[in-house]
Design a protein around this ligand. Structure first.
Ligand SMILES: CC(C)(COP(=O)(O)OP(=O)(O)OC[C@H]1O[C@@H](n2cnc3c(N)ncnc32)[C@H](O)[C@@H]1OP(=O)(O)O)[C@@H](O)C(=O)NCCC(=O)NCCS
Length: 326
């Protein structure tokens, strides 16, 4: 049994935070942000908008795109590091609000690698015959975890969601995957407090322990190497080479990271899907958001070979080689 994508959708909140807006609240500039990251704008959730709200909007678009109803999907999976609550899983809330309480639903928490891990897990569920059709959503409201007094992280992150409906198929789109992790130094990119290691206290809150902390330069170096190695491993497991690819769809963390990885894979710019200028880094949402936009813009043709690749907190990384089926 194989798997294919039956429908795609995406959603971003209406409010936009531009580089000019950031200049007004931080010691930064449009020129610095543009040259160092490629970002121009990010979308920011409203105070009463949670991750499940973004996920549901993307899921509805994917259902419409596939001409399906929520009941036609057997299982709901949300990849996120910004769940509505620490528990229950955001997937449960999404399924219930779509009117299908009772269906299996769960979350995948592996930060910006969430869609890559999710695509591997969900494809396995379908290829092994457990489910016929699964909704995989990457959704984040990272703006709620950003310290807007810290210019090294405040400029990077935005909110959004992307959804893919995966279903069984006689032709197999899933060609190969490579996944990895290294939890030796979680503090390279983490949310210090609010978990079982360091519960929240008033002192920790005052020190922004509930916000994203990151060693940017270290993440940068790791990101390029891991995306390239992981992409090459997935490709070789599928008996393919980078020159066989129609598109590289990378995690949108930094334009310079994307360009460096693409160059090392000898991928010309027209084969690399980039929307970082509009959304910033939306973690687990970035790859499905870019994929859904590419599909909407009719860039993808039947038989196109794609590598999805990402990296993030964990540290974690991965790549999936995929044959697009129209
Ligand atoms: C964060 C990142 C954009 C910083 O770019 P960089 O080129 O590495 O910049 P550096 O951290 O070396 O900082 C260079 C200088 O710019 C300053 N700077 C940092 N943020 C700035 C900002 N927003 N505006 C202006 N100056 C800034 C630094 O303070 C530093 O100043 P100094 O030389 O006086 O000490 C880059 O390291 C990055 O993208 N890393 C990966 C992060 C990532 O992808 N995280 C998510 C993973 S899923």
């Amino acid at each position: 049994m194989g798997v294919r994508m039956a429908g795609l959708g995406h959603y971003a909140p209406a409010k936009v935070l531009t580089n000019d807006d950031l200049e007004k609240i931080l010691d930064t500039s449009d020129e610095w942000i543009t040259t160092r990251t490629g970002m121009k704008r990010r979308h920011i959730a409203a105070p009463d908008e949670a991750t499940s709200d973004l996920a549901i909007a993307a899921a509805k678009m994917a259902l419409q795109n596939a001409s399906l109803k929520p009941k036609d999907v057997d299982c709901y999976v949300v990849a996120t590091v910004t769940p509505d609550f620490a528990f229950p899983a955001t997937g449960c809330i999404v399924a219930s609000k779509l009117g299908v309480a009772g269906k299996p639903a769960f979350d995948i928490e592996i930060a910006c690698s969430g869609f890559i891990y999710g695509l591997t897990v969900v494809s396995s569920l379908i290829r092994s015959g457990v489910y016929k059709r699964v909704m995989l959503i990457g959704a984040e409201t990272l703006s709620k975890l950003v310290n807007y007094q810290d210019r090294s992280t405040a400029i990077l992150f935005g909110d959004g969601a992307g959804a893919a409906i995966l279903e069984e198929s006689s032709e197999d789109s899933f060609l190969a995957a490579d996944l990895g992790s290294d939890g030796t130094t979680p503090e390279t990119l983490y949310l210090p407090a609010g978990g079982s290691r360091t519960p929240l206290t008033p002192e920790i809150l005052a020190a922004h322990g509930d916000k994203i902390h990151m060693a940017g330069r270290e993440v940068f170096k790791f990101a390029v190497n891991r995306m390239v190695e992981s992409s090459l491993t997935a490709l070789s497991r599928a008996n393919l080479k980078p020159e066989d690819l129609s598109y590289l769809i990378p995690h949108q963390a930094n334009r310079r990271i994307i360009d460096a990885a693409a160059q090392r894979l000898s991928m010309p710019p027209e084969k690399v899907i980039v929307n970082i200028q509009e959304y910033g880094n939306t973690s687990a949402a970035s790859i499905p958001l870019a994929l859904s936009e590419a599909s909407r813009d009719r860039k993808l043709k039947d038989g196109d070979l794609i590598v999805f690749t990402g990296f993030g907190a964990g540290l974690s990384w991965g790549a999936v080689a995929w044959r697009w089926a129209a």
